[in-house]
Design a protein around this ligand. Structure first.
Ligand code: GAP
Length: 438
């Protein structure tokens, strides 16, 4: 983890937020490569969950929502974590994060009895900070979807079963954060609320468990042996859930939740019917029935997916002849890589090579995220591109000037093959496949 966090900072994936002022715990900023990786993860999720399905549509709801939403959804009452405070050093912990709930892990002092701490962030809307102006930053995107259920039904021709997908920021005032970006206070979620006929929820729950595992291996390229599906014990279920399964990942700090798939029943829609007084029942034209749909919800954090993408891709491999010589390589699936291709002139001080390499770079740029690198020797450039996970590197050399061919070096096998410059567009389009072009 330390190596990954250091690489992430050094190469511009993730920085501590506001770090020139000492940082703010639980908040992170994504750098030039981080924002590319994050966007690629979101794009792969959106493609699999929205664009590849006729019966799923997207939504982008507001982050700040009024207390009535959170009263109805049960978050004001239930979105709590058990907080314990040391009576000596005043450190605070989440009771279920520490082994001994009576003794402070920091100073050995006595811990007070746990109390419930609501983890929603409060804010005020408008110029007067009084009770009437209170609002909350959403702790999940899902409620923005439920309150728009009727709007979406009325503005599309979707019929149950159908889904509403959303990607957006969520905020939780976590008592403890840590393990880099694993648990933060500001994070992004990718959530699908899939509305089904009551009685068919068990079947759809099973469907989404399998589909989401498939996404992790096929779309994200995560090693299947690092993933596990775990069904919850009844005592672990959230206040809204009938059944939940977690997709867990083998992080360096233990096997932990990566994604949750929950059967939320009709809990939320019924709660908002009661809270708002608006009829959110669904009319099924085929059967002539009115019902409140059940909801199956696959929900995953973008930041946690980002961490998994980096950990799963990270490798150190011996190279060269000297013992101890190794390269660090991020073996991202090409669709995830911040840059797909890097273009190098063999020698940066030869104008002919630079001009020709620039032409090739300009040709590829509209189609693929392409890097230009002319610093140091080619070996150093390969190492740099390996470390940020660029799958292919093109070198323009003296032979290019004669016959128009370039070398294409593969990040994983380190083999180099010659291709004519006119073949490059089709070559990479073929390798990235549909939806992978960017
Ligand atoms: N709408 C359901 C829901 O929010 P959750 O299990 O609390 O369920 C879903 O969150 C996912 O969001 C988690 O599996 C995790 O990937 C991500 N997540 C939750 N809290 C997080 C935090 N504090 N920091 C980073 N990611 C978080």
């Amino acid at each position: 983890m330390e190596k990954i966090a250091a690489l992430a900072k050094r190469r511009g994936f993730v920085y501590g937020s506001s770090d020139i002022y000492g940082g703010l715990s639980g908040f992170w900023d994504y750098g030039p490569l981080g924002v590319e990786l994050k966007n690629n993860i979101k794009r792969l999720w959106w493609r699999a969950m929205v664009h590849m399905r006729r019966n799923v549509v997207g939504l982008d709801a507001a982050i700040v929502m009024p207390p009535a939403v959170w009263a109805a959804s049960g978050h004001l009452e239930n979105f709590n974590d058990p907080l314990v405070e040391c009576q000596s050093c005043k450190r605070r912990y989440r009771a279920d994060d520490i082994d001994d709930p009576t003794t402070c892990p920091n100073c050995g002092g006595r811990l007070a009895e746990p109390r419930q701490f609501n983890t929603m962030f409060q804010t005020f809307v408008g110029p007067v900070a009084d009770d009437a102006a209170v609002a909350y930053l959403r702790p999940e995107t899902a409620q923005g979807t439920f309150v728009n259920f009727k709007n979406v039904l009325q503005s599309t021709n979707q019929k149950v079963p159908f889904g509403i997908a959303q990607i957006g920021k969520s905020f939780r005032n976590e008592i403890t954060t840590g393990n880099f970006i694993f648990r933060s206070r500001e994070f992004e979620q990718m959530e699908l609320e899939y509305f089904v006929q009551p009685g068919t929820d068990d079947e759809w729950f099973q469907y989404w468990r399998k589909e989401r595992m498939r996404w992790w291996t096929e779309y994200m390229g995560v090693h299947p042996e690092h993933l596990r599906l775990r069904d919850y014990e009844p005592s672990e279920l959230s206040h809204y859930s009938k059944q939940t399964a977690d997709i867990e990942y083998q992080f360096p700090f233990g096997v932990k939740e990566l994604e949750g798939i929950a059967d939320r029943t009709d809990f939320d829609l019924r709660a908002h019917i009661a809270g708002s007084g608006i009829d959110l029942t669904y009319f099924d034209e085929r059967s002539g029935e009115h019902f409140v749909p059940y909801v199956i919800e696959p929900a995953v954090g973008v930041d946690r997916s980002f961490l998994v993408a980096m950990i799963d891709a990270y490798e150190e491999e011996p190279v060269g002849t000297k013992p101890g010589d190794f390269r660090t390589v991020l073996k991202f699936k090409p669709q995830l890589a911040p840059f797909k291709i890097a273009v190098f002139p063999l020698l940066a001080n030869k104008p002919d090579l630079v001009t020709r390499a620039r032409e090739i770079y300009d040709q590829l740029l509209p189609y693929f995220a392409t890097a230009w690198d002319d610093i140091g020797n080619v070996g150093k450039r390969y190492r740099r591109q390996d470390e940020i996970g660029t799958p292919w590197a093109i070198t323009v050399d003296f032979q290019t000037l004669e016959d128009g061919t370039v070398t294409v070096r593969d990040r994983d096998t380190m083999t180099q093959d010659r291709y004519h410059e006119n073949e490059l567009l089709d070559l990479f389009r073929g390798r990235l496949g549909p939806g992978g072009i960017s």
